[in-house]
Design a protein around this ligand. Sequence first.
Ligand SMILES: [Zn+2]
Length: 432
Amino acid sequence: MMAKSLKGLRGFLIDAPERGRLRGVRDGAVLIEDGVLVAVGPFDEVRRSPGAEYVKWQHSPEAVLIPGLIDLHAHLPQYPVVARAEESLLPWLQRIALPAEKEFNAAAARAQAPHFYEALARNGTTCAMLHAATYEQSCDVAFEAAERSGMRIILGKVMMDEAGCGGLSPREKLPLSLARSERLCRKWHGCDGGRIEYAFSPRFAVGCSEELLREAALLARKFDAYVQTSLSESCGGTGAVYEACGLLGERTVLAHCVHPDDEEVRLLAVARVAVAHSPTADLFLNSGIMPLDRLLDAGLRVGLASDVAGGPELNLWQVMRSTIESQKARSFYEKEVRVPTAAEVFHLATLGGAGALGKGSLIGTFDVGKDADIVAFDLAQALSCGGRGNMHCDLSPEEVVTLLVYRGGPAAVIETYVRGVSIYRAPAPQLL
Ligand SMILES: [Zn+2]
């Protein structure tokens, strides 16, 4: 009986248990029982585990297996208008992002949400924290699609009640916004054993009254749900407002944090918030470059985010690359900037993101007892000439991760698993 629930994956295991340190097992394997890792190590050892003699091993030593990537901030309704540039955040919101959100009714959600989740899985992302639009019904439909997708999703209806947000009129009044958010939270938070969760989602300080921020914080605490919002995207100084409204805490994920001053960094660290670093979006919308080393040195939990459609794509390898390159650019004109390595940004996209969500003991590395959120990559897709003439079996974990940071993407993803269940499999290659 036991053998029936076991599943085994074989490949070059690479994870990042600490920032800057990779762990690699060439020809390794993981054994999964009911979605949980029960054995991890060299294939020759793992295949001798109890019951493993009946396992049909998936993949091969040629595949690279990594923990699923974690995207801490993106906007589902904005995906149709991805990569439409504007010179800065507010005109972009007005001309591109908000009209797309306005069209996100239930029918649009029904059409778009399954594709969006599939696109995440196709990019090797297994867990994402997302904004819907301001509407309750389309958010509900997006939750239904999330439940069906098999992805690990944290989602919330956008809250805003103030006029004058880039000249916009109010979308909804405060009591309605609170009641709708609470209904969605009651219905979805903790579904499927916690695979689906709710995040109260005030858009940003200028779009929300202080009363809304306060009430959203109270609701999040009441239901032990998340709070997600933006901070210091185009200018600094709203951290104190969030703090005064009780919005900052361990279950709060703040996107951007591009322009925090020392006092704000201290305040965020004391409040133990998490930060979603989204360099591709911050560059795309000319917001600036986040002082990554200062936030890490302050002890803040930091993960990575595509911020689609502020960011031009869901591919987190590009976000990792942009994290390195933007800090490198900063180091050319600021003294003593620490530029992260490929191993460090890979940590941010896996265990770093898990820690930001308070899920560091559940996902993010290959440790026995954790959920089997795993991506299988075909390294040949990232190598020159498809790996022909390359001795890619001899690459170190650092070299493999560097290759993927600079050349990885959906073309290299073979299969994506959440809790050991395959949620995406690349189509078989076409015969030429
Ligand atoms: Zn955003």
